[in-house]
Design a protein around this ligand. Sequence first.
Ligand code: ADP
Ligand code: ADP
Ligand code: ADP
Length: 214
Amino acid sequence: MRIVLVGPPGAGKGTQAHVLAKTLSIPHISTGDLFRANISQSTPLGLEAKGYMDKGQLVPDEVTIGMAKDRLLQSDTAGGFLLDGFPRNLAQAKALDEFLSEQRIGLDGALDLEVPEDEVVKRIAGRRICRNNGAHVYHVVYNPPAAEGVCDECGGELYQRSDDTEESVRTRLEVYHTETEPIIDYYVQQGLVTTIPALGTVDEVTQRAVDALK
Ligand code: ADP
Ligand code: ADP
Ligand code: ADP
């Protein structure tokens, strides 16, 4: 299956994508994780992206679209993928459609994770992620690791993202409303959207997503 996950920062996209990708045996492709991997390796792409990310702004499309396509080409695109955090504006959504249609394939669905804004703020404030693998996501209250600061899945060190500050979150929510939300309508017009209420436990939300994809 070829699926896109949409939803505000902190909605639980990464958390759900990690579980769903395993369940469906498809790669989880997170542009945020790809940028952070480039930053930790100090690549030119990472250095360029970092300034935008720390301010909570979108990294320019020229950089982002190229990186997403490169990553998609590394996997069996026709066999399926779960995109987390891409596309994030209409230009990216159109570029993805073009890329897929060149390969004579299309998307099977777009899951829109819906969460109230006060919940998003709480989720982001307590988020911790693993240095080894950004898809290993925790929360100090809602989903704490067994041992403080240590990833249950791989033993990696957990850290707080430098952009998970209150100021950056406010900007990211604004950017979400103005730039990302329009892609929901774009996908609604293609009959691809299922809205998933994303309050409740991680397992409850996963079950809703799995049901939506049946
Ligand atoms: P969150 O999970 O909190 O929404 P992400 O890890 O998806 O955060 O993204 C972190 C930052 O990386 C974004 O604020 C943005 O600067 C950048 N980024 C990630 N994906 C994209 C994208 N598709 N287009 C532009 N910038 C992106
Ligand atoms: P894993 O550690 O999950 O087995 P790999 O090291 O095999 O992943 O990764 C294969 C490719 O997929 C690499 O290019 C890696 O950068 C990329 N990759 C791994 N996890 C993600 C992710 N969550 N989002 C985007 N790309 C990823
Ligand atoms: P996104 O990728 O949309 O930014 P994440 O998956 O990183 O969101 O989740 C943001 C934070 O919320 C993380 O700390 C995660 O552990 C937590 N979280 C995810 N899903 C839930 C849930 N259903 N209930 C409570 N906390 C959650």
